[in-house]
Design a protein around this ligand. Structure first.
Ligand code: SF4
Length: 332
C-alpha cells in the first residue's frame, strides 16, 4: 500500500499545494488533505495551540490534528526563504517544532528545510531529501520535481490571468470552474490584500471575497498581480523582512500608485506581529491617495459574519456614492 502524506489545507497550502501534490503523486505517494476549514477544526486548533498565537497558526493546529489518523507522515517543511531576499515569518520557521512539541501521538513529520539562499540547487536538494525518505532513486525524484515545478508554473500563470488560488487549483485538477458566479457589472474593482491563508480561507475570512463578488464587485488579490511589478513599487528604504508581509505591503504601494482599483481592503489577523506594521504602513500611504478608499478588516477566531457584512456594505456604498458624484461632476 502506498504511503500517505498528510498536507494540512492551511498556510502554505494556498501557495504550494499543486506543486507538492504533483511531486508526491509522481513518487507514488498518496496525498491526503484536511479539507476546508470548519468551526470544529478551528475550535480544536484554538484549544491546542498557544493562546497568544495568531489565528492562522491556531487554525493550522486544527488542520494538523484532523490528519492524525489518516496520514502516515505529515508534510510540514521548514520554509525559510524561496526568493533569496525575504524570509518567512518566524512562526513559519518554527512550525514543525510547534507541532512536534505541541501535539502528541501525531505521525512523523517531514520537516526538510527549504532555503534558496543556500545556493542555486538548494531547493532541489530539499526535494531530493524528501524523495529519499520513501527509498526512491535520484532519477525518479528528479522527474517528479521537474513535473511538480511545471505544475507550479502553470498554477502561477492561471492566477496571473485572474483566478484566485482555489479556482486555479480546481482548473489544474480538471474539475469544473468553481469560480463564484460573478454578478460583475463592471462598475467597481476592489483589491483584497492579505496573506493567502486568510484571504482564501472561506471560513476565517468569513467569505469576504465571495461577499464582494455577490455585490457585483470584481475582486483582485495579490496572486493576480505580477511579483516583479509589486516588488518595484516598494517605497521603503529596505524590504520588509517577511515574504508575505513584503508582498502585501508592496501590492498596496503598487495599487495606490497605479490605480485601477476603486477601493483597497486589507485583511489582517489579530495577533499577527508583522501585520501591526504592514497595516500601519498601508494606512499612512493611503492618506496620500484619497481617491482610493482604504479599509482594514481584522479577523480572529470570534469574527462574526454580521459584523463583517455590515462593514463591507457600508464601505461599498461609500465607494459607489463617491464614484457617482465623481462621474456626475466630470464634464462630458
Ligand atoms: S505572518 Fe502573521 S498571520 Fe502569518 S503566521 Fe506570521 S504572525 Fe501569523
Amino acid at each position: 500500500m502506498a504511503a500517505r502524506v498528510g498536507i494540512p489545507s492551511s498556510l502554505f497550502y494556498y501557495v504550494h499545494f499543486p506543486m507538492w501534490q504533483t511531486f508526491f503523486s509522481e513518487l507514488g505517494v498518496e496525498v491526503v488533505t484536511s479539507g476546508q476549514t470548519t468551526k470544529g477544526l478551528l475550535d480544536q486548533g484554538v484549544r491546542e495551540a498557544l493562546a497568544d498565537a495568531c489565528v492562522p497558526i491556531k487554525l493550522f493546529f486544527g488542520h494538523v490534528i484532523s490528519l492524525k489518523d489518516s496520514a502516515d507522515y505529515l508534510f510540514i517543511p521548514r520554509i525559510v526563504c524561496l526568493n533569496r531576499k525575504t524570509i518567512y515569518c518566524p512562526k513559519f520557521l518554527g512550525l514543525p517544532d510547534m507541532i512536534r512539541h505541541g501535539l502528541t501521538g501525531m505521525p512523523p513529520i517531514i520537516d526538510v528545510q527549504m532555503d534558496s539562499r543556500q545556493g542555486f540547487a538548494s531547493l532541489w536538494k530539499s526535494y531530493l531529501k524528501i524523495g529519499r525518505i520513501f527509498g526512491l532513486g535520484k532519477g525518479r525524484i528528479f522527474m517528479a520535481y521537474l513535473k511538480a515545478y511545471m505544475v507550479a508554473r502553470r498554477f502561477q500563470s492561471l492566477m496571473r490571468s485572474g483566478l484566485h488560488p482555489p479556482e486555479a487549483m480546481a482548473v489544474l485538477s480538471g474539475k469544473e470552474n468553481i469560480a463564484d458566479p460573478v454578478d460583475y457589472n463592471g462598475d467597481l474593482t476592489f483589491a483584497v490584500l492579505g496573506y493567502p491563508y486568510e484571504v482564501h480561507d472561506q471560513f476565517i475570512s468569513v467569505g469576504l471575497v465571495k461577499k464582494l463578488k455577490k455585490m457585483g464587485i470584481r475582486v483582485i488579490t495579490i496572486e493576480n498581480l505580477s511579483p516583479r511589478k509589486i516588488s518595484r513599487a516598494n517605497i521603503l528604504d529596505k524590504n520588509m523582512f517577511w515574504t508575505f508581509s513584503d508582498l502585501a505591503l508592496n501590492a498596496a504601494y503598487y495599487l495606490f500608485k497605479e490605480g485601477g482599483v476603486d477601493g483597497i481592503i486589507h485583511l489582517t489577523a489579530f495577533g499577527c506581529g508583522p501585520d501591526s506594521m504592514v497595516d500601519k504602513f498601508m494606512e499612512i500611504s493611503s492618506r496620500d491617495y484619497p481617491e482610493i478608499p482604504f479599509m482594514s478588516v481584522t479577523i480572529d477566531e470570534h469574527t462574526g459574519d454580521a459584523g463583517i457584512s455590515t462593514r463591507l456594505e457600508a464601505f461599498v456604498d461609500m465607494v459607489k456614492r463617491r464614484k457617482e458624484v465623481k462621474n456626475n461632476s466630470c464634464p462630458r
